[in-house]
Design a protein around this ligand. Structure first.
Ligand code: MN
Length: 235
C-alpha cells in the first residue's frame, strides 16, 4: 500500500509522571453538554436530561506540557470566545455497552482541559437547528494539560475544578456537582459509539463560562490531576 499524500501526524497529548516524551495518542474527542446544574441554568435549561454528546476533531487538541504556558490563537469568525474548564477522561481500553459498574476499568487517566467555544456561532447554530461543529470543533479548540494515569489521581466528590483568567477566579466547582458521573457518561457514550483506546471525553463544565480576549492568560486545574496554562494571542 502507498499513500498518495503524507499521512497526517497522530494527535497526541503528553503524559504526566512517566518517562520524558511519553505521549497518549488521541483517537476521538467526545464532549458532554450541560453536565453541571448551575451551568445548565446559565445556558437557559433546568432539570436532569439524558446526557448528550458532541465531538471535536482529534487534531483540535492543543497539548500543553507540565509547567509551560501554551499559546492559543484567537479563532476566526467569532467575537465571543468562551472558556469551559472540564475534567477530561482518557480511555485506555475500548468497548461498547460498557456498564457504569465496569466503566473505570476502561479509563487510562485524566487531565484538565478547556472546551473553548465560539459562543456566538454556537448560539446561532442552536437558533437555526444546525450542527454545533463551527462553534465547538475549530482548530485549537481543545487545550489540554498532561494526562495523568488514573492510579496516580485522587478524584472524589470534593475534588475542586477551577479556572482563573488573568489571576481572577471565573469558574470554581467540585466534581460531585457533575449531573452524570464519569462511569455514567461512559455507559451512555458506549451505547452510542464503540469506545476505542485513545478516546478523550470532555465531561462538561461548571457555571461561570465567559468571554476571553487576546492577551488573556487562562489557568485551569483539577485538584489531584493537573494544571493547564494557556495564553490567548491575536491571529
Ligand atoms: Mn463543554
Amino acid at each position: 500500500m502507498t499513500f498518495v499524500l503524507t499521512p497526517p501526524a497522530v494527535a497526541a497529548v503528553p503524559v504526566a509522571g512517566r518517562e520524558p516524551g511519553a505521549m497518549f495518542p488521541v483517537h476521538r474527542i467526545y464532549c458532554v453538554g450541560r453536565n453541571y446544574v448551575e451551568h445548565a441554568k446559565e445556558m437557559g435549561f433546568t432539570g436532569r436530561e439524558p446526557p448528550f454528546f458532541f465531538m471535536k476533531p482529534a487534531d483540535a487538541v492543543l497539548p500543553v506540557a507540565e509547567g509551560s504556558v501554551g499559546t492559543m490563537h484567537y479563532p476566526s469568525l467569532t467575537k465571543d470566545l468562551h472558556h469551559e474548564v472540564e475534567l477530561v477522561v482518557a480511555i485506555g481500553r475500548g468497548g461498547r455497552d460498557i456498564k457504569a459498574a465496569d466503566a473505570l476499568d476502561h479509563v487510562w487517566g485524566y487531565a484538565v482541559g478547556l472546551d473553548m467555544t465560539r459562543r456566538d456561532l454556537q448560539g446561532e447554530a442552536k437558533k437555526q437547528g444546525r450542527p454545533w461543529c463551527i462553534g465547538k470543533g475549530f482548530d485549537e479548540s481543545a487545550p489540554i494539560g498532561p494526562i495523568r494515569a488514573a492510579a496516580d489521581c485522587r478524584l472524589g466528590a470534593e475534588t475542586e475544578i477551577a479556572l482563573e483568567v488573568n489571576g481572577a477566579v471565573r469558574q470554581k466547582s467540585t466534581l460531585g456537582k457533575l449531573i452524570w458521573s464519569v462511569p455514567e457518561i461512559i455507559e451512555h457514550l458506549s451505547a452510542a459509539w464503540e469506545l476505542q483506546p485513545g478516546d478523550l471525553i470532555f465531561s462538561g463544565t461548571p457555571e461561570g463560562v465567559a468571554a476571553v480576549v487576546a492577551g488573556d492568560t487562562l489557568a485551569a486545574r483539577v485538584e489531584g490531576v493537573g494544571a493547564l496554562q494557556v495564553r490567548l494571542v491575536g491571529r
